[in-house]
Write a protein that binds this ligand. Structure first.
Ligand SMILES: [Zn+2]
Length: 372
């Protein structure tokens, strides 16, 4: 896998090109870049020099992981730059960080790292590993101000606990009311920041939808009624299958789980996949987010597994790929990447095969192109 920094003026010949948006694939064309931006994607002649020849390969937008924790695992001393490199090596050019207790993360990498600077959680409830406690609404709003001034690209709010591995369908309670969440969303909007809400359990997801957050993270055990509301709302949903799947797929890392707990986790994952299939059929805007850094979820390559899991949950290959490209960019307010179209920057993944026909080609990328 080559990482190529593309100059401000260049023509790239391709065999096939998928733009990240429609089911349409362009054949045997030229993508041209001028002044560092994509000028055209389907030229047949171009006078822009030099020329990069990928006429044997397929171009698509570089991938985006909408939910990671770059600072995790804390106990692993691997430098953040190395983790950033793992993303680029997997074809992932941008990631949205969902919080840690480290504050602003400094990374010397070409990876586009969208930082929350730490999540906001309700004091005494789940979330202490993810950021900063708020005892009440006024403290939560002060934290929004503080994180915005630090340069956060979004506000991450922990609106519930996690689901139980012992009792099927039991989740941690909602931690903020719909009215509190609405105030938090409003304050974040004053800084033009979207709100990324960790929410599992029906009440928490419902409160987040009522409050108008930008994305629901996890969303385990929402009711079917709430799923319908989610789909109708246009609010994005990152169902984060990877951390739950890892507990089943990598038993050596989870030896503390009893057979009964494994059974609960298996049923929980199945139920979640049913919700995803139904949500997809209802038109829900589904995102690929891995929760990388969580136990058993590796930085970088996990996103490819999450895309496969989304497909296994009923998404078409097109929708599973959009979940990690164009839809991900919209949800993360990332205007320069996520699709190949005029005016975007050249964040381009080069594959041996057309991913719409063969998702597994993502696992052996040929090159990642990023702006110089
Ligand atoms: Zn997370």
């Amino acid at each position: 896998m080559q990482i190529i920094k593309v100059p401000e003026e260049i023509s790239i010949k391709y065999g096939q090109l998928w733009d990240g948006l429609s089911a349409n694939v362009y054949n045997n064309g030229i993508l041209s870049i001028t002044n560092g931006f994509i000028k055209a994607i389907n030229d047949h002649t171009s006078n822009v020099e030099p020329v990069l020849n990928f006429s044997h390969a397929t171009l698509m937008p570089a991938l985006i992981d909408t939910h990671i924790h770059l600072a995790f695992p804390y106990e692993d001393v691997q430098p953040l730059d190395q983790r950033a490199q793992q993303y680029l090596q997997a074809g992932v050019a941008a990631v949205r960080d969902a919080g840690s207790t480290c504050g602003k993360l400094s990374v010397n990498s070409s990876l586009l790292l969208l930082q929350s600077m730490g999540a906001i959680y309700k004091k005494g409830c789940y979330g202490s590993a993810l950021g900063y406690p708020a005892e009440n609404l006024s403290q939560a709003l002060q934290l929004v101000d503080k994180l915005a001034k630090l340069g956060a690209k979004h506000i991450k709010i922990v609106a519930s606990g996690i689901f139980s591995f012992k009792i099927f369908s039991k989740t941690g309670a909602a931690t903020f009311s719909a009215s509190e969440l609405r105030s938090i969303v409003k304050r974040a909007a004053a800084y033009n920041l979207p709100v990324m809400a960790h929410a599992s359990g029906d009440e928490a997801v419902r409160c987040c939808l009522e409050a108008g957050v930008s994305t629901i993270e996890h969303g385990y055990f929402m009711s079917r009624e709430t799923l319908k509301r989610l789909a109708a709302s246009g609010i994005y949903w990152a169902p984060t299958l990877s951390p739950v799947n890892a507990q089943l797929a990598k038993p050596e890392l989870f030896s503390a789980l009893s057979p009964a707990m494994r059974e609960v986790i298996t049923r929980s994952l199945q139920y979640h996949q049913e919700l995803i299939a139904e949500g997809f059929a209802l038109g829900a805007r589904i995102l690929a987010g891995t929760d990388a850094g969580a136990p058993g979820v590796l930085h970088g390559i996990s996103l490819l597994e999450e895309i496969m899991l989304l497909q296994n949950s009923g998404l078409s290959p097109l929708a599973a790929l959009q979940a990690a490209t164009s839809k991900a960019a919209l949800a993360c307010q990332l205007s320069e990447a996520g699709s190949l179209m005029t005016g975007k920057k050249p964040y381009i993944l080069v594959l041996k095969d057309n991913p719409l026909n063969n998702l597994r080609t993502l696992f052996s990328p040929e090159a990642l192109l990023i702006p110089a």
